[in-house]
Design a binder for this molecule. Structure first.
Ligand SMILES: *Cc1c(COP(=O)(O)O)cnc(C)c1O
Length: 365
């Protein structure tokens, strides 16, 4: 890593959209087979760009799962729309498309499938409900889905547009960072303007106009060349990083199988049409009390586990501002109470994995 970063610093051009950003964008498009990729300051900002392009009017609705990171909802609100929360399915913790369809109205402008843990939402079903008799835009929150596929297509490239995250907590990182991706020439032109403070600077840099000026509403979402250089070296290790995560995933799957057979826990399900990037490894325990007990005892044994997401529909903000008090999303609530994330990162050694599994087995015996 240090060499590409040093090169970026020595080049004297530290701001974004320069040679390094461009080369990483080209790398992304050729790795994942989409037409356009624009590096951004974060996935949050890539989602905000996608929502800003929809030109939402007051009362326009965007359907998102309640079981997601806050950025999915904030992007809708900041673009002037109303997030409508829907249920997830308990096989992959991704959007329950039938429930989403029931929540569609004539104000529904977009739907955001969130690919959870590196495993795709049921994109055929999403595209069906969005496109048959409707024209609802599909924005993929592929923050956790970089280098994972659904029916051999890379996540983020299947809907109208998608958003990647290169945040430190994700699989391939630049510290902070993300990308807006699409196959649509129309959407990428809008995205370029929003990303460059509402100017046509991108056209200017390509020599298409002789000066650049204010042409729309935008913000500052370009990633710095230094961070792009960090990402560049990460993408060179793409296969290694994924293989090491796969090793950890398969170790857990093999060694925890009998606990699943004895109904102590449920293991993750990766449908046949999905190739995971092994972003998260989670187990589902029997109830919240057990989840808390396991977490505590794992912590006492020196193993950090975690859980998420406080369902957005029951968050303080939604209760106060989005009238969600009467919304019932039982699968979301149950998954939130029972889900436990085990450590998964490339450097985990087999001896550490054995210790984690032995500890868990002792707690759940
Ligand atoms: C991490 C994450 C984000 C936000 O990514 P940033 O790059 O940190 O802005 C958005 N959505 C989901 C589902 C995420 O996991």
């Amino acid at each position: 890593m240090s060499e590409s970063v040093r090169h970026a610093i020595n080049s004297g051009k530290l701001s974004g959209d320069g040679a390094i950003c461009k080369s990483v964008e080209t790398q992304l498009t050729s790795l994942f087979g989409m037409k356009y990729a624009l590096l951004t300051t974060s996935c949050t900002h890539a989602l905000e760009m996608a929502m800003m392009m929809l030109d939402l009017q007051p009362g326009d609705e965007v359907i998102i799962p309640s079981f997601t990171f806050v950025s999915t909802a904030n992007a809708v609100l900041r673009a002037g729309g109303k997030p409508v929360f829907c249920e997830i399915n308990d096989r992959t913790m991704t959007i329950d498309v039938q429930d989403a369809e029931r929540r569609m109205t004539n104000r529904t402008k977009a739907i955001v499938p969130v690919h959870y843990a590196g495993v795709a939402a049921d994109m055929d079903a999403v595209l069906n409900v969005a496109r048959i008799n409707r024209s609802i835009v599909v924005v993929e929150d592929a923050a956790q889905g970089v280098n994972a596929t659904y029916k051999k297509k890379f996540l983020g490239t299947i809907g109208d547009c998608g958003a990647y995250s290169f945040h430190d907590t994700k699989n391939y990182v630049s510290g902070e960072g993300g990308a807006f991706i699409t196959n649509s020439g129309e959407l990428v032109r809008k995205a370029e303007i929003i990303r460059e403070k509402g100017t046509n600077r991108s056209n200017f840099l390509r020599g298409e106009v002789d000066k650049y000026t204010w042409v729309g509403v935008g913000s500052s979402f370009v990633q710095s060349e230094i961070l792009a250089a960090v990402l560049k070296s990460q993408l060179e290790d793409l296969a290694t990083i994924q293989n090491e995560r796969k090793r950890v995933h398969e170790f857990y799957m093999k060694t925890l199988k009998d606990l699943e057979n004895r109904e102590r826990l449920r293991l993750p399900i990766i449908p046949d049409e999905c190739q995971s990037n092994y972003h998260i490894f989670y187990i589902l325990l029997r109830n919240e009390t057990e989840r808390l007990r396991v977490m505590k005892q794992m912590k006492d044994a020196g193993v950090a586990t975690s859980f998420h997401y406080v369902p957005l529909h029951s968050s303080p903000y939604a209760l106060e501002h989005l009238q969600t008090a009467d919304l019932r999303l039982p699968v979301t609530d149950s998954v939130f109470e029972r889900l436990l994330r085990l450590p998964i990162y490339p450097q985990l050694e087999n001896s550490q994995l054995e210790y984690i599994v032995e500890t868990l087995r002792r707690i759940l015996k």
